[in-house]
Design a binder for this molecule. Structure first.
Ligand SMILES: [Zn+2]
Length: 274
């Protein structure tokens, strides 16, 4: 699933590609990709100018004229591809085409069909329960703010990192990578982690997210940016997807355990439970 860095790359790319473009028409190939809360896309999108594209949590948000916002959640396999000459092939996984006045278009493509898009006004977006409940952005927190959220909290640290209502944008990849770099076992109860160690986790988290954005994201399975190019952060993975291989720091065999219902890869030596 695209996480904070991948959605950030997509949003930045689309911001430079789509800003000021005017939508002429929309073609919906798979109506199931439209979220139940959405305003009518076919009626409300034509003639709208794009003011900018940004990210919040794992959502890519296209800001439009008239206080409207087209929100995409890419979930497992969603892609937003810019098609400058409208010559990319449309297949059974293409769900939506947003067409612009210069014959370019934006395609929403999703193999697994878990992703969605939703057109909302500014007040509808602000009132959307899912959106309202999103936790703070990691880059808007400082170490003190991170400690205020996590110190003495019940639950396993990995489960808390994945909870979008506690902190936004983190998924399995960057939770595992940050925990390894901070030397914290994914199943460790958060309340047992000393504040100094939590600070290390905060710094590790910011570091892996920054490095991943600088590397164009992680293309572990099928992530590509808005021009179809993969990222390279997967080359720097310390643990994620490396089950059965050895720790790059201490050569101990990496182990895998289910935490919060997700496979979590860790080094039993570098990331002890206590
Ligand atoms: Zn190790």
């Amino acid at each position: 699933m695209p996480e904070l860095p991948e959605v950030e790359i997509i949003a930045r790319g689309l911001d430079s590609l789509l800003r000021e473009r005017v939508i002429t028409s929309v073609h919906t190939y798979y109506p199931g990709c439209i979220h139940g809360r959405s305003r009518n896309i076919g009626e409300n999108l034509p003639d709208q100018k794009i003011l900018g594209v940004r990210r919040r949590a794992k959502l890519a948000i296209i800001d439009l004229q008239d206080c409207q916002h087209l929100v995409f959640h890419l979930k497992m396999t969603g892609r937003l591809l810019f098609d400058p000459e409208s010559d990319l092939g449309v297949d059974k996984h293409t769900h939506l085409s947003i067409n612009f006045s210069d014959s370019s278009r934006l395609l929403f493509h999703d193999m697994r069909k878990f992703g969605y898009c939703c057109l909302l006004t500014t007040s509808e977006l602000a009132q959307w329960e899912f959106y309202k409940k999103l936790g703070p952005e990691p880059f808007q927190l400082d170490a003190e703010g991170f400690l205020r959220i996590f110190a003495k909290r019940k639950g396993k640290i990995k489960a808390l990192l994945l909870n979008q209502e506690i902190i936004a944008g983190i998924g399995n990849i960057y939770a595992d990578e940050a925990l390894h770099r901070a030397g914290i076992h994914p199943a460790r109860p958060c309340g047992d982690i000393p504040p100094e160690k939590l600070k290390q986790l905060f710094l590790a988290l910011k570091k892996v997210l920054t490095k991943a954005i600088d590397s164009g994201g992680s293309s572990f399975r099928d992530y590509v940016n808005s021009l179809g190019a993969p990222g390279s952060f997967q080359d720097l993975f310390q643990v994620y997807g490396r089950r059965g291989r050895t720790c790059r720091c201490c050569q101990t065999g990496l182990q895998c355990q289910q935490v919060a219902g997700r496979s979590s890869v860790f080094c039993p030596y570098c990331q002890s439970l206590s």
